[in-house]
Each structure stands twice: as structure tokens, then as C-alpha cells.
Ligand binder design. Structure first.
Ligand code: GLU
Length: 419
């Protein structure tokens, strides 16, 4: 059976939560949450280095604005549809509600291959997006952040384009998060998602009677989320047994030297060929026995096909939507717990919120303050979700969804019925 799309998976998870909440929430509110608020398609025609105009499709989706302005990253990927962005925006609605920040859910995307661009062309493309989406980006409407294919630098270009278009040196309030610190970004935002994953992993290991010292971890993805997670887990004594990226995978049962691997990947553009490890098939790595498997790359990576062979004691979803609903079912039957994405990778958007408040109030926060608040919030929500899962005898994904959907419903209820 073909895997379902990102949107279908997001809808599936939502419908499960909606069923569990039947009788508790007004069906009209459940229906409101089912439907995305706004889906925008934009056509970009930047003039690139060759002097010619090139066409790119771009999307901005605001799934919900019940709790506040839509929040969520901007991704650049070669194959992506408005529906994919809608599914991801829906996930952001639940993530923001669960982690307790006053944001709705949004996402944006540009259909292009980020690896094909020179630095000049990438900057031109991002600026073209910011100019064309100017009506849709504001602290009160939608606030983008880094996601797949975009980084801190790109967020700086977005801020610059928006302030420059208005003839100002800066923006009034926070239009984009994950910016360079020198432009009003917050220290520790880049590391936030990975650090949040690590907090979840440590708490989840404790639940199965394991400490992080000596625990064996396998990661899929060595980008911003994967590499920071690997480093912070290794700092706490975990053994990083294997790492996969788009080009290949490496394995060392004694544990990889993560800093050396990072230096290798920075030079080679991939973990492949790292000398202090053996090469392994990317798919096979996901099935190697370990304490924790961390899919931190793309969606739909753990599927009905490989779930029966996953040999991890738990799964921590660093990426958005890496486990399909079918795989969820198989893993549940096999007793392998999953820390769901909307909890596990929520550290990023939580620290985006700190950046938003810092900029709004024209304050400055130190990195240690950011780290402490991140650690506290993720730990608190992890245990809230765990307790709810235990009480209702449901998975952590269902418990996280239940909490999130209820929170958004409360906001809708408080806003009243008139549009
Ligand atoms: N792109 C990240 C996510 O999927 C961060 C979003 C944000 O900070 O707005 O959670």
C-alpha cells in the first residue's frame, strides 16, 4: 500500500483525537479545527544570476489563528504541494497549543531544490518570497522561522527585506524568528529543537529504567536537528551508534565521535565516508538494535514496511511526521513507545516564542535563561502528556493531540461564534 500524504497523516491523527473527545467538545468546534483557515498560493519570478526570470511556486498556509498569529517554518523543497504545507501547518497548530505558546499554526514553502542554488540565488529567492508574501507575514498574522532547506541567514534576509521595503532600519515587532542574534535573534534558537529532543529522550529513557549514560542512539538526519541532538546526547554520555543522511549512513557499535563526524560532514557535505565508522545501508540503520531511534530528517520514514523490524526500545520524533499511522499501530502492538513530534521537536517553536517576546518587549535574554526555560517547559509538558496517556490508556501521540485539540477548542470557544 502506498504511503499516505503528510496531510492525510495529519488528518488521521486529528480524527483519532476528535473521536476520543466526542461528547467533550462541541462538534462545530471540532469541524472548525478540521478546516484550514487560509491557504495561499503565490507565484515567484526572481531574476537569478543568469539575468533571467525563473518561476517558483510558493505557499503560505494558516491552519488556525485561534490562539494567536500563525507560527511555523518556511521550507524549500523540490517536490511539495499546497496540501503538504497544509498538513504541516495543522501539526504546528497542535504543537504550539501543546507547548503552551500563544500562537496558531502556519507553514510556508517554496518549491525548489535548495542544493541547486548558489548563495546569491538562494538569497534572491528568499527575498522574492518575502516581497511577494509581504501581506501575509507580520507579528499579528504569520511569523515564519527556519525549516527544511532554510536557516538563520535566510531569516535575516526576510527581516531585512521587510524592513527595507518599509524604508525602516528594523521592523516594529517580530516578523520572523530564528534570525541571526545580531539582527534581534535569540541565543540558543538554532540549538533549541535538538536540545528539546534530548530532554524528551532523557525523560523517556528514565521511564523504561535506563539512564542516558551508555544508552545507544541512532539518528536519521544530521542537519540542524539531528546534529545538535547527537551532540547534546553524547555530551550526556549516550553512545551515538549510527547516523544517516540523504547520501548514506555510518555505524560504530562503540559510539561515533560526534564532533569528528560533524567536522567530516562540514567538509564532505555528508556523513558518508567518515573514516572512524563502517558504512551501512540507510534503510538498514533504522532496524539496528538500540535504546532510542531518532528520525530527525523527513516525514514518513518509519512505515508499515520497516516498523516490524525496528529494534529500538523507544522512538523520539525529531522530524515532523516521520512515523506513518500504520507504523504507529505496528509499533504500539510491539510495545515500542513513541515520543510524538508535536512534543519532541517543540523546543524550536518554544524558543521562537521567547524570541518573539524579546523583540516585542525590546529586551535581551541570555543563552542560559533560554536553556533553562526550554528545559523546564519541555520536561513539564512531557510529564503532562505521559500522565494523560497513562490515565486514559492511550499512546503519547493521542495524549498530546488530546491536550492540544482541547486547548485550541477552548480558545475558539472563548472567541465566540461570530467570525
Ligand atoms: N520549523 C520548526 C517546526 O517545525 C520551527 C517553527 C517555528 O519556530 O516557528 O517546529
Amino acid at each position: 500500500m502506498a504511503n499516505q500524504s503528510v496531510l492525510e497523516n495529519a488528518q488521521f491523527n486529528y480524527e483519532r483525537a476528535a473521536r476520543l473527545l466526542e461528547g467533550e467538545i462541541d462538534p462545530l468546534l471540532l469541524d472548525k479545527m478540521r478546516h484550514p483557515k487560509e491557504r495561499i498560493e503565490i507565484s515567484l519570478t526572481p531574476q537569478l544570476h543568469d539575468g533571467k526570470a525563473h518561476f517558483f511556486d510558493a505557499f503560505v498556509v494558516r491552519h488556525s489563528i485561534a490562539l494567536g498569529p500563525a507560527k511555523g517554518g518556511i521550507r524549500i523543497r523540490p517536490a511539495m504541494t499546497l496540501d503538504d504545507i497544509t498538513g504541516l501547518a495543522m501539526e504546528m497548530t497542535w504543537k504550539c497549543a501543546l507547548i503552551g505558546v500563544p500562537f496558531g499554526g502556519g507553514k510556508s514553502g517554496i518549491v525548489a531544490d535548495p542544493e541547486q542554488f548558489s548563495a546569491y540565488d538562494k538569497e534572491t529567492l528568499i527575498r522574492s518570497f518575502a516581497r511577494n508574501a509581504v501581506r501575509h507575514i507580520s507579528p499579528l498574522v504569520y511569523v515564519p522561522a527556519p525549516d527544511m532547506g532554510t536557516n538563520e541567514r535566510d531569516m535575516g534576509y526576510i527581516k531585512d527585506t521587510l524592513s527595507w521595503s518599509a524604508g525602516h532600519a528594523t521592523t516594529m515587532g517580530c516578523y520572523v524568528t530564528g534570525k541571526p542574534v545580531i539582527l534581534g535573534g535569540i541565543p540558543g534558537r538554532r540549538e533549541a529543537t535538538g536540545r528539546g529532543v534530548t530532554v524528551c529522550v532523557i525523560e523517556a529513557l528514565a521511564q523504561i529504567g535506563r539512564t542516558v549514560e551508555g544508552a545507544g542512539a541512532i539518528l536519521q538526519g544530521f542537519g540542524n536537528v539531528g546534529s545538535v541532538t547527537a551532540k547534546s546526547l553524547a555530551e550526556r554520555g549516550a553512545r551515538i551508534l549510527g547516523v544517516a543522511d540523504l547520501h548514506g549512513a555510518v555505524y560504530n557499535e562503540r559510539g561515533l565521535d560526534v564532533l569528528a563526524l560533524e567536522a567530516h560532514a562540514a567538509k564532505a557535505g555528508t556523513v558518508k565516508g567518515f573514516p572512524e565508522a563502517s558504512a551501512i545501508d540507510r534503510g538498514e540503520l533504522l532496524e539496528v538494535p538500540c535504546d532510542v531511534l531518532i528520525p530527525a530528517a523527513a516525514e514518513s520514514q518509519i512505515t508499515a514496511q520497516n516498523a516490524p523490524r525496528v529494534s529500538a526500545r523507544l522512538i523520539a520524533e525529531g522530524a515532523n511526521g516521520p512515523t506513518t499511522p500504520k507504523a504507529d499501530e505496528i509499533l504500539a502492538a510491539r510495545g515500542i513507545p513513541i515520543i510524538p513530534d508535536i512534543l519532541c521537536n517543540a523546543g524550536g517553536v518554544f524558543v521562537s516564542y521567547l524570541e518573539y517576546t524579546q523583540e516585542t518587549q525590546q529586551e535581551q535574554m541570555s543563552e542560559s535563561e533560554v536553556r533553562t526555560r526550554l528545559q523546564q517547559r519541555i520536561t513539564e509538558r512531557f510529564h503532562q502528556v505521559r500522565l494523560l496517556a497513562e490515565r486514559r490508556k492511550i499512546s503519547m501521540r493521542d495524549a498530546a493531540m488530546l491536550h492540544a485539540v482541547k486547548t485550541v477548542a477552548q480558545a475558539l470557544e472563548a472567541r465566540g461564534q461570530l467570525p
